[in-house]
Design a protein around this ligand. Structure first.
Ligand SMILES: O=P(O)(O)O[C@H]1[C@H](O)[C@@H](OP(=O)(O)O)[C@H](OP(=O)(O)O)[C@@H](OP(=O)(O)O)[C@H]1O
Ligand SMILES: Nc1ncnc2c1ncn2[C@@H]1O[C@H](COP(=O)(O)OP(=O)(O)O)[C@@H](O)[C@H]1O
Ligand SMILES: [Mg+2]
Length: 357
């Protein structure tokens, strides 16, 4: 299910790009742009991502800083394009991964944001959360963990036994094991009772549902920078719900960009952001462990346990698409608008070496 604000690859709405701001990939024009720039960023992104990320505001700022963005033509050898200082990409195909890795072997001086094998780690909901289990946050009062979960590869009839053996408590959130950018990989459901579990469709992850007051924190890690926003999430499940619901419920796509809760009138105990020092440590640790510089963490705080946080999802290089808000609204909320874009903009202010890390 897609809610208002989600845009698929082939939809044509969105910010209108000033073509003069984008450098084409054809060699003479690309080379001219490169010659005039201090930093050349080649990008390989889906149409949807180009619209949500490479917005005129970012391109203008980049141009002022002497940074040009060049679209990569994936049908031509990379070494015949550029030269690039940075390659920014979010493509999941194996061909692209190989293409990029082969190029990087010959051109190790080019910064690849981020390495394909590190990104791949996030394409599976089991491996995605593995690093969280090993985090060293012992100096903090707060605890950061992941919900208990179980992977089911096949044979749905075995699920009730597997759940009982693992000691998981219902209700369970069922999530497709692989996250590959398709809307299908975001089709989640909630299973209330054991008898319905064989109706699920493996391969999937079954995760214990954690009550969290209906608010989720999206923590954006952009190199050294961290931003956090509030999003509406699933409501809590109480004993009455548990006793009176049976079956598998398909969940809507919650917590997307259109579900911002930053200005909602919330109970302050629910709204309170995770402590900054905790987020900074978390960002540093995960950046190192995952080998990534552009990602976000979906985090919830257990209701009634104010010091226990659960990381439920990690996404590579997200960008909040906020195409449907007015420019007045955007400038009034620049802190919240497109956090990754703002983050990358702030990276553009860093000296070149900070980018290249
Ligand atoms: O899964 P959740 O936690 O909702 O986060 C999503 C995913 O990371 C999406 O990536 P994917 O679709 O690859 O799974 C991403 O889309 P893109 O990176 O393709 O833009 C969304 O960015 P926005 O669509 O910009 O909100 C981001 O909000
Ligand atoms: N274990 C959980 N407990 C409570 N709510 C959850 C849990 N897992 C996911 N959710 C809710 O479902 C939403 C989507 O789950 P998530 O794992 O982030 O998948 P997606 O890849 O589709 O973003 C979250 O934003 C949150 O609202
Ligand atoms: Mg998520």
């Amino acid at each position: 299910m897609r809610l208002h604000g989600d845009v698929s690859d082939d939809e044509e709405e969105g910010a209108v790009m000033d073509p003069a701001l984008l450098s084409p990939s054809s060699p003479p024009a690309g080379a001219a742009a490169a010659a005039a720039s201090r930093l050349v960023v080649g990008y390989a992104l889906t149409k949807k991502k180009v619209k949500s990320f490479l917005q005129p505001k970012l391109l203008l700022l980049a141009r002022k800083k002497g940074i040009s963005f060049i679209s990569i033509d994936e049908t031509h050898p990379l070494s015949e394009q550029g030269p690039f200082d940075i390659i920014l990409h979010k493509k999941t195909s194996k061909e692209w991964q190989r293409f990029l890795e082969d190029y990087h072997e010959v051109h190790p001086e080019v910064t690849v944001l981020d390495p394909p094998n590190a990104i791949e780690h996030l394409n599976n909901r089991q491996s995605m959360l593995e690093e969280v289990a090993d985090l060293n946050l012992s100096s903090f009062y707060e605890e950061v963990c992941t919900p208990r979960q179980l992977v089911i590869m096949k044979d749905p009839s075995s699920i009730p036994t597997a759940v009982a053996m693992a000691g998981l408590t219902l209700p369970l959130v069922a999530k497709p094991l692989v996250v590959d950018g398709t809307s299908k990989s975001h089709e989640l459901s909630l299973a209330y009772d054991e008898a319905s579990l064989p109706m699920l469709d493996p391969p999937l992850v079954l995760q214990e549902f954690v009550n969290h007051g209906g608010i989720l924190f999206k923590v954006y890690i952009i190199g050294e920078a961290i931003q956090v926003v509030r999003r509406f999430s699933l409501p809590d499940v109480n004993t009455y719900d548990l006793l009176n619901n049976v079956g598998i419920y398909r969940l809507p796509r919650v917590s997307c960009a259109a579900a911002s809760a930053d200005h909602a009138d919330l109970d302050p105990r629910i709204a309170e952001l995770p402590p900054r020092p905790l987020l900074e440590k978390l960002g540093r640790e995960l950046r190192g462990r995952l080998g990534l510089r552009l990602f976000n963490i979906d985090m919830i705080r257990e209701l009634g346990a104010n010091d226990r946080y659960y990381i439920i999802d990690i996404n590579y290089f997200p960008a909040e698409g906020k195409r449907n808000v007015s420019s007045r609204h955007i400038s009034a909320r620049v802190g919240q608008f497109n956090t990754v874009q703002v983050g990358v903009s702030s990276l553009l202010h860093y000296p070149r070496l900070a980018w290249l890390g």
